[in-house]
Design a protein around this ligand. Structure first.
Ligand SMILES: *[C@@H]1O[C@H](CO)[C@@H](O)[C@H](O)[C@H]1NC(C)=O
Ligand SMILES: *[C@@H]1O[C@H](CO)[C@@H](O)[C@H](O)[C@H]1NC(C)=O
Ligand SMILES: *[C@@H]1O[C@H](CO)[C@@H](O)[C@H](O)[C@H]1NC(C)=O
Ligand SMILES: *[C@@H]1O[C@H](CO)[C@@H](O)[C@H](O)[C@H]1NC(C)=O
Ligand SMILES: *[C@@H]1O[C@H](CO)[C@@H](O)[C@H](O)[C@H]1NC(C)=O
Ligand SMILES: *[C@@H]1O[C@H](CO)[C@@H](O)[C@H](O)[C@H]1NC(C)=O
Ligand SMILES: *[C@@H]1O[C@H](CO)[C@@H](O)[C@H](O)[C@H]1NC(C)=O
Ligand SMILES: *[C@@H]1O[C@H](CO)[C@@H](O)[C@H](O)[C@H]1NC(C)=O
Ligand SMILES: *[C@@H]1O[C@H](CO)[C@@H](O)[C@H](O)[C@H]1NC(C)=O
Ligand SMILES: *[C@@H]1O[C@H](CO)[C@@H](O)[C@H](O)[C@H]1NC(C)=O
Ligand SMILES: *[C@@H]1O[C@H](CO)[C@@H](O)[C@H](O)[C@H]1NC(C)=O
Ligand SMILES: *[C@@H]1O[C@H](CO)[C@@H](O)[C@H](O)[C@H]1NC(C)=O
Ligand SMILES: [Cu+2]
Length: 621
């Protein structure tokens, strides 16, 4: 009885303490000069950029009214890491859980903050927009922070890569047959708290709780503080046992909250050094930025710090959640996906999970769940190009991800944190990729690290495990925005009947209106058919495959040999070749490819002959 009484009182107290945060924001372009060397327009809110830090407490309600103030762009908003329990439609990814918000319209993001704490962020989930500036920190303060007695002050720090050009100007050259290797546009700079050469003024003899958030769209960053250590206490909103390090490796979308104790002298200032993971760039280019850990205003700005090796960063795999939550039991369901980058018949380089490049359906899968009745549990209705997997409510799920690509990729699961139970070492380019072998794997940790974004190493794999205890439609994708645009995503339809049968998950009137305004049906299967959910006629599908025998390596070798013959070898590496006059026609001529829409069988045949030789031999043609 006493316990019940206590429980009721605490529930009442929680309700009383919970606050509703009502925010109104309008998107738009704002004049800025983030790196101080190139003025450009950034996406701001209410004519201001950078965007504000939004702060809430667990249990609070967020009511964010987002008005699309663009003339010619749709928009959306995702709160990265929020579980959105019972509010899947508020999660944000465009055409996954919601219809895009068209210009002039307002969408209310209305959700309760779960029992979550720590460092998160928010960003547009419409292609390219967060890279143009629509991003900010979202912090959940915790009165019960177990480390609260160990610091004097809390501070937020965002890291990001930065481009001088807008996404809309970069995209056409990226997804282009004259960029057959899928080389990503290269960032121009790294920003520190949305600027460069920044100063963080500290006091001596103090401990700071520093929340480091990589809000970039592409590259991971190494970060260290000259002659200072950091003690990690939280990753992606999960408290960890303390772990001291002098360097972190932060992929995009990851968060590290650390304790940093200042020195007891004020003689000099120290460098806060950030360095790009240069291995992620097609054309290696150092992006190093030095910022100022300032103890003394009259002392000089610190010098750049370099390290002989960048290999000695904290390996997050070995972190232990403070909750000491044990490895979950064996999975009920294992999803195995192979990551690959390859060219389709139009010559463009795409990204694939199990040979499928995610292609936007005509109806967002969550809206398909809500309108399909008993059919909702049938994977087929979500289309053949969305990589949809239906999960049973409550089951334990493993995602085994085998990376056949030579790059590092940070993967993010919406709606959950997962246990990272295995992550294999990197495999060199000249060896074959190594896939997970269920009957011969490493010993799994007793208390696996938990987070919502984890990287896979080149030609290697990881295994993550979680419980399907959150009915909703959850995107799982590479957080490198370029790779998402290439189709590196799957959709997890978690407990579809549990979604349908819950009052809290029903589409808001506002949501339906947005769909109508933007011209997206809010009922129907992936093809928009709401009378026959198994009829996928008219669904969106990926480009055709290259004919057999016509390999991607072939087209790459050919394009490179042609382009290098025309422009010299140096240009092979040069990104944005389609800017050069006539190159398109000249390369096409060499390739015997018709620039028109139709595939000509004969011409393809001729290319096939050329493609049977290797890159080096075709280069001599
Ligand atoms: C943003 O602008 C709108 C409309 O001008 C205004 O109503 C709102 O209060 C502003 N929001 C904030 C957070 O200042
Ligand atoms: C940072 O320093 C560089 C080099 O001195 C300068 O060109 C740039 O304008 C500075 N940027 C900012 C934002 O201060
Ligand atoms: C906005 O979304 C709708 C529906 O997907 C689409 O038809 C339209 O082209 C989009 N507008 C822009 C500017 O991308
Ligand atoms: C509906 O969802 C809420 C979470 O928002 C949950 O607490 C409740 O149990 C669910 N109801 C049913 C009937 O599943
Ligand atoms: C937000 O959602 C809650 C729960 O569904 C609902 O009671 C409330 O009316 C909504 N708020 C607004 C402003 O629509
Ligand atoms: C970063 O900027 C925010 C304001 O947007 C500020 O509160 C914070 O102190 C800055 N962090 C550092 C490390 O300077
Ligand atoms: C940082 O930690 C390392 C290893 O624990 C230690 O050797 C070093 O002295 C520490 N440096 C500082 C500045 O505390
Ligand atoms: C830092 O604290 C130590 C010990 O309390 C004290 O001796 C020293 O003067 C302090 N230094 C500064 C710069 O305040
Ligand atoms: C600050 O730096 C200046 C220049 O290096 C030095 O002369 C001064 O003593 C320092 N002040 C303190 C309080 O340490
Ligand atoms: C950038 O930092 C790395 C690692 O410390 C170093 O090897 C490299 O020389 C630096 N590059 C430049 C241009 O400063
Ligand atoms: C700290 O991290 C290292 C690897 O970076 C690991 O070996 C060690 O077990 C970790 N310790 C704790 C307490 O998390
Ligand atoms: C939907 O399916 C029905 C039955 O198979 C078919 O007659 C109808 O043409 C389809 N609608 C669309 C829009 O394709
Ligand atoms: Cu990727």
């Amino acid at each position: 009885m006493n316990f019940l009484y206590f429980l009721i009182i605490s529930i009442l107290l929680t309700i009383v303490n919970a606050e509703t945060h009502t925010w109104y924001f309008t998107t738009g372009w704002v004049d800025a000069n983030p790196d101080g060397v190139y003025p450009r327009k950034m996406i701001g809110w209410n004519d201001t950029w950078p965007l504000p830090i939004l702060r809430v407490k667990k249990g609070d309600r967020v009511n964010l009214y987002l008005t699309n103030g663009f003339d010619d762009l749709n928009t959306t908003l995702h709160f990265h890491g929020m579980f959105q329990h019972g509010s899947s439609q508020m999660d944000g990814p465009e055409m996954v859980t919601q219809c895009p918000i068209p210009p002039g319209e307002t969408f209310l993001y209305n959700f309760t903050v779960d029992d979550q704490v720590g460092a998160y962020w928010y960003h547009s989930h419409t292609s390219g927009q967060y890279g143009d500036g629509m991003r900010g920190a979202f912090i959940i303060d915790d009165d019960d922070n177990p480390y609260k007695d160990e610091y004097d002050e809390e501070i937020v720090l965002t890291l990001t890569d930065h481009y001088h050009d807008k996404s809309v100007d970069l995209m056409p050259g990226f997804l282009n047959r004259y960029n057959p290797t899928g080389a990503e546009p290269e960032p121009d700079n790294l920003l520190f708290n949305e600027t460069m050469n920044a100063t963080w003024k500290v006091e001596p003899n103090k401990t700071y709780l520093l929340r480091i958030i990589n809000v970039g769209r592409f590259v991971s960053q190494y970060i260290w503080f000259e002659d200072h250590n950091m003690t990690v206490v939280e990753v992606d909103g999960v408290y960890t046992e303390k772990n001291e390090t002098d360097m972190l490796y932060v992929t995009i979308a990851q968060r590290y909250t650390v304790l940093l104790t200042t020195k007891d002298t004020t003689e000099k200032n120290f460098a806060i050094q950030t360095v790009v993971d240069v291995s992620m760039l097609d054309v290696p280019k150092w992006l190093n930025t030095t910022n100022n850990l300032q103890y003394n205003e009259s002392a000089p700005f610190p010098e750049q710090q370099t390290k002989e090796s960048l290999d000695e960063f904290l390996d997050d795999f070995y972190l232990v959640p403070l909750s000491k939550e044990k490895l979950f039991d064996d999975p009920d369901y294992t999803i195995t996906v192979d990551v690959q980058m390859d060219n389709l018949a139009n010559g463009i380089n795409y990204a694939f999970f199990n040979n499928i490049s995610y292609t936007t359906p005509k109806v967002p899968p969550l809206l398909t769940v809500l309108s399909s009745g008993d059919m909702a549990t049938n994977e087929l209705i979500y289309g053949t190009n969305t990589n949809a997997f239906v999960l049973q409510g409550g089951e334990t799920v493993d995602i085994v991800l085998n990376n056949l690509d030579t790059g590092t990729h940070p993967f993010h699961l919406h709606g959950h944190v997962f246990q990272v139970i295995e992550r294999y070492k990197a495999i060199d380019d000249d060896e074959s990729p190594v896939a997970f072998n269920a009957s011969d794997h490493e010993e799994w940790p007793e208390y696996p690290m938990q987070r919502d974004t984890v990287y896979v190493r080149p030609q290697s794999y990881f295994v993550v495990r979680y419980k399907a205890n959150n009915p909703g439609v959850w995107f799982f994708h590479c957080h490198i925005e370029w790779h998402l645009d290439q189709g590196l995503a799957i959709v997890l339809i978690e407990d579809p009947m549990g979604i349908q049968n819950n009052e809290t998950q029903q589409l808001t009137e506002n949501h339906k209106q947005i769909c109508e305004k933007v011209g997206v049906p809010w009922q129907g299967n992936a093809a928009g058919n709401s009378t026959d959910f198994l009829n996928l006629y008219g669904q969106n599908v990926q480009e055709k495959r290259l004919p057999t025998g016509f390999t991607a390596r072939g087209i790459i070798a050919l394009v490179f040999s042609c382009v290098s013959a025309i422009l010299g070898l140096a240009t092979i590496a040069y990104y944005g070749m389609n800017d050069i006059a006539n190159v398109e026609e000249r390369v096409a001529k060499d390739l015997f490819v018709d620039l028109g829409e139709e595939d000509e069988e004969n011409e393809v045949e001729q290319v096939q002959i050329g493609s049977s030789s290797t890159a080096s031999s075709t280069a001599k043609r």
